[in-house]
Design a protein around this ligand. Structure first.
Ligand SMILES: Nc1ncnc2c1ncn2[C@@H]1O[C@H](COP(=O)(O)OP(=O)(O)OP(=O)(O)O)[C@@H](O)[C@H]1O
Length: 302
């Protein structure tokens, strides 16, 4: 695996003082890395800066300082190398499902012939189970179907990295579950690297290899990187049967309920540049079921 596929060094975002307000330091000197094919979920309270980080990684927002290197190239603006999925589907309303995908694919590979573009798009429409709805306009689709179009469109451009900002927030629990499992299958099949924001602890445990925990803002930081030690072949029907599941869940909830605000009041020391990696609840004599290539900070069982 390419361990440093995405490398974020010294990233800061601040908004200057305006209309009687002090300047706002959203976060500063943030460092983290994501390996190729890793699925990262970000959890943190509202306003801590999750979307700001995602928009900078996407090249849609500019950092005040620091660098983002993806696959050895600096991120300096939006690019079709990164697929972005927002909660609001951002589909072109005057185009059909197929049209929305074709538009994106044509932009990605302008030299492709129409037939090739169409065949390519149909594959991805099938992947998300939307065959039969190709010619419908977004207004004729349910929320879940629109979200699938967004996912199909993002995957169809074969981005090096997929960035998702609460993509399933507006969906009902049943649809969300179905799409989550589809996403897991697609990622397993394609080895997609993903950075996803969610407010849902269970969603993070189901999908992520690593969970970034952000402390409260202002001056938020990635306080911990929690390693998800559940077997990769998990499904939403069986993850809760695994003894490690509740240990991870309790650890995440404990962070959100109490430690996120506590940590935000503590000052960072010089050695804190890379966030610590933790394996919640793993005793000294226990080994994680998945390989851990980083130093593990073991915690007491919660
Ligand atoms: N254009 C802007 N001007 C000034 N402040 C801004 C601007 N955009 C965002 N902020 C502030 O930056 C901080 C981080 O915002 P951001 O949207 O990244 O948070 P978030 O963690 O994604 O929140 P949520 O979970 O509610 O979506 C917030 O305090 C927000 O008010």
């Amino acid at each position: 695996m390419q361990e440093n596929f995405l490398s974020v060094e010294g990233l800061s975002k601040l908004y200057p003082a305006a209309r009687g307000n002090d300047k706002l330091v959203v976060f500063e000197d943030m460092h983290f890395r994501i390996g190729k094919g890793e699925f990262v979920c970000v959890l943190g309270h509202s306003g801590c800066g999750k979307s700001t980080v995602l928009n900078i990684l996407a090249g849609l927002d500019q950092a005040s300082a620091g660098t983002v290197i993806m696959d050895e190239r600096e991120v300096a603006g939006p690019s079709l190398e990164r697929g972005v999925i927002f909660q609001s589907h951002a589909l072109l309303p005057w185009l059909s499902v197929l049209g929305n995908l074709e538009f994106a694919v044509k932009s990605r590979w302008p030299a492709w012939r129409h037939q090739k573009i169409r065949e390519h798009c149909r594959q991805y429409i099938e992947l998300v189970g939307l065959q039969g709805a190709e010619h419908k306009k977004p207004a004729e689709l349910s929320g879940g179907m629109k979200q699938r179009v967004g996912i199909a469109r993002a995957f169809a451009i074969q981005p090096k990295m997929l960035l998702m900002d609460e993509p399933f927030g507006a969906l009902d629990a049943l649809t969300r579950g179905v799409i989550q499992e589809e996403l897991l299958k697609i990622c397993a099949a394609t080895g997609q690297t993903v950075f996803m924001i969610t407010h849902d602890v269970d969603e993070a445990i189901l999908l992520a290899d690593k969970i970034f925990l952000m402390s409260n803002g202002p001056r938020a930081r990635i306080a911990e990187i929690v390693l998800n030690t559940l077997p990769r072949t998990r499904t939403r029907h069986d993850i809760h049967k695994h003894p490690q599941y509740y240990r991870i869940r309790n650890h995440l909830l404990d962070f959100l309920i109490s430690r996120s605000s506590q940590i935000s009041r503590e000052t960072m020391s010089a050695g804190d540049a890379q966030p610590p990696i933790v394996v919640p609840g793993l005793f000294e004599d226990e080994e994680p079921e998945r390989e851990v290539k980083a130093p593990v900070y073991r915690l007491n069982k919660i």
